[in-house]
Design a protein around this ligand. Structure first.
Ligand SMILES: C[S@@+](CC[C@H](N)C(=O)[O-])C[C@H]1O[C@@H](n2cnc3c(N)ncnc32)[C@H](O)[C@@H]1O
Length: 302
């Protein structure tokens, strides 16, 4: 298969009304938008030896016009070919980043290698809102859009809402866009807070954006909240104990945590022992082999 300036040209053999040995080869042209739907694997099928082809990543994440892909070290020499194929497949992609390690550190940001393009900032659209961010400086995952909308639907007008670990605002902004609430977002990453403030303006909404440590919520707020949304970082369930001091009686908490399947019954029992009533919980998808993100909608027993 060869690509030319206009669309994609492929060679096919036909025609059906002749005996097999007389079939002719002709070249036909496919429009580019049709070929852009072909997978990365199809595009690279005859370009890599089979042992390397087998190692090609099956997925990549798209945030705005940036694609983020995990390419194993055994494909180091093919990394630019893979990036080119990816941007060929998705014409909306302007930057391709290779994720170099797992998400680590307090800011929950990975290290990246720029394979294609010249910027790491982007404008991402989700749930009728826009988010400007630099994917190398703040955490963002487009996979949570359903959850963010689900939470926005739960909120009632007039509530005082706190979004801990607010990042660039993907939970906070849709809530405030749809509901008449007093809402506060808190994050300890300075860059995340700066983007959050810009995103409040971009979406024409008014909210408090605080740069601070969630460990100190009890000292920061004099009055309580009707609802607290907390997409807590990996392994930091202790924040659920901390927020009790700023939750109004009868208030709700939407708590995100990471668990292996076998840990779930124990965790549910633990929540109940600590006085939480589990109104609802669900699996929000895999984050690592055998590890899933779960959300728990909770209320403190009176
Ligand atoms: C899992 S991310 C969630 C970000 C965002 N809510 C989202 O869904 O994209 C966790 C966020 O918590 C922030 N964070 C981590 N530890 C914190 C702490 N002790 N206090 C405040 N924010 C913290 C990080 O900077 C990061 O933005």
């Amino acid at each position: 298969m060869a690509s030319h300036t206009e669309g994609i040209h492929i060679d096919v053999y036909f025609c059906w009304w002749l005996p097999l040995h007389e079939w002719k080869m002709i070249t036909i042209r496919l429009p580019e938008d049709l070929i852009s739907n072909m997978s990365l694997h199809s595009l690279l099928q005859n370009k890599l030896p089979p042992e390397k082809f087998a190692l090609l990543p099956k997925h990549f994440e798209v945030i705005g016009d940036i694609a983020i892909i995990n390419i194993p070290h055994s494909l180091d020499t093919e990394k630019h070919l893979i990036a080119e194929a990816l941007s060929f497949q998705r014409k909306d992609i302007k930057t391709v980043l290779r994720k170099l390690n797992k998400i680590e550190g307090a800011a929950r940001v990975a290290d990246f290698e720029l394979l294609l393009g010249d910027r790491t900032t982007t404008l991402h659209r989700e749930n009728g809102c826009v988010f400007f961010l630099d994917v190398t400086k703040t955490f963002f995952s487009g996979k949570m859009y359903y959850e963010r909308d689900r939470i926005a639907q739960k909120v009632n007008d007039g509530e005082d809402v706190l979004v801990l670990f607010a990042g660039v605002g993907p939970f906070l902004i849709p809530i405030k866009k749809q509901r008449n609430v007093n809402i506060t977002g808190l994050d300890n990453n300075r860059e995340a807070c700066t983007f959050l403030r810009q995103n409040l303006e971009l979406n024409h909404i008014d909210a408090n954006a605080i740069l601070g440590d969630a460990r100190n919520v009890n000292k920061m707020f004099k009055t309580g909240f009707d609802r607290i949304v907390m997409p807590a970082p990996y392994g930091q369930d202790f924040f659920l104990d901390i927020v009790q001091s700023v939750l109004k009686p009868g208030g709700y908490v939407h708590f995100y945590t990471f668990k292996k399947d076998f840990e779930l019954p124990h965790f549910r029992r633990l929540l109940e022992e600590k006085g939480w009533f589990i109104k609802f919980y669900r699996d929000c998808g895999d984050v690592a082999p055998r590890v899933k993100r779960y959300v728990f909608d909770l209320r403190l027993r009176g």
